[in-house]
Design a protein around this ligand. Sequence first.
Ligand SMILES: *[C@@H]1O[C@H](CO)[C@@H](O)[C@H](O)[C@H]1NC(C)=O
Length: 450
Amino acid sequence: MKYFVLSAILAAAPVALAQQPVWAQCGGIGWSGGTTCVSGATCSKQNDYYSQCIPGAAPPASSSSSTASVPSGPTTTVGTPTSTSSSTTTGPTSAAGNPYADGYTLWLTPFYASEVTAAAAAITDSATKAKALKVAQIPTFTWFDVIAKVDTLKTYLAAAAAAGGKQLVQIVVYDLPDRDCAAAASNGEFTYANNGAANYKSYIDGIAAAIKAFPTVRVVAVYEPDSLANLVTNMNVAKCSNAASAYKASAIYALQTLNLPNVFLYLDAGHAGWLGWPANLQPAATLFGQIFASAGKPAAVRGLATNVANYNALSAPSADTKITQGNPNYDELHYINALAPMLTSAGFPAHFIVDQGRSGVQGIRDQWGDWCNVKGAGFGTRPTTSTGSSLIDAIVWVKPGGECDGTSNTSAARYDFHCGLSDAFQPAPEAGTWFQAYFEQLVRNASPSL
Ligand SMILES: *[C@@H]1O[C@H](CO)[C@@H](O)[C@H](O)[C@H]1NC(C)=O
């Protein structure tokens, strides 16, 4: 999908520049900024594409105990706390069990905030700069797309715990072996053929251990974007059908292991233009129901996440007929309303979160399946619990807007043709790296405006 890892290790260019602040990027393929950190922080490699200034003199210890020196990141409150004065709730949001509805503060990922702050500093137009800086105050999810990042999770959770109060940290669990099995390129660091099942268990165990160490911090996790959806629609692809039983076993292990009192899991369910096609709804509901039952119906499973890193509206005034081609479920709300009763019948909890981070502008795609750096996109509805639907717990920003979906360089090893289409913003750098021009577009086109 979005964050891939090359097997080749390339050395970051040793350019001497200003020292990077805590949490800022300090290296990685395609990075041309500073590679040393301010005093008190160490440049720690997260993956081939990111090194980051982590507080402390050494890389994070494998022990998750000490938290005293971890600085608090900025935080922001989202949504309207539900009324505590009455046991009857009649509002549009179903509060029972909704992790977003009881007054928690969404932890603002310090890494994304530092990316955005650096990006704003590079903008000369003062009005655009001011708008860009506001994005640093909007919470997004943090993607744990390689096992090496799990130590960073401990650091973030420690910082959130140290901030005190009711803190909610949003993460994406994204390291399934043979992940993104329908894509042209091989993505991700693990394969089932090469010890992937055991490696994935280690990855999940690491996340669970980190979360257990900070029981006061609430964790909302999106589970494995695209992977289970691929089992619904792409079983004709050999890599998907071959991986199907292993995917399910890995998912069941993850749901059981992450079944902790402070965890709320939303399994990724693609989007309206994927599982939202009428023929795909029942097979999707059946699959989610089966996996949930096989895992023993873990209480931590809250529901499904839709539109992750995609561009669909939650509620469009009308169908974008150029791309939706007769699908009655032409936006996320139609999709969710159609899927929910089938989920309930399948014994799966019908609660949802919906990514609207880059959904501010509609009518910009040539095909519904176009996902790469879509030209004309803008930041969308801010994270909120005012969703207008009792099925939807919260509108969230899962994809950190400004991080690239994929390179447009046709010679690059990870080139995907979607990133070279005429509706894709070009030139684009490697997936996961900062894409300044695209970020500025998202800022300018934000709807509602920033
Ligand atoms: C495109 O990728 C190739 C292969 O990695 C590389 O040699 C070339 O410099 C890249 N071009 C640009 C413009 O980045």
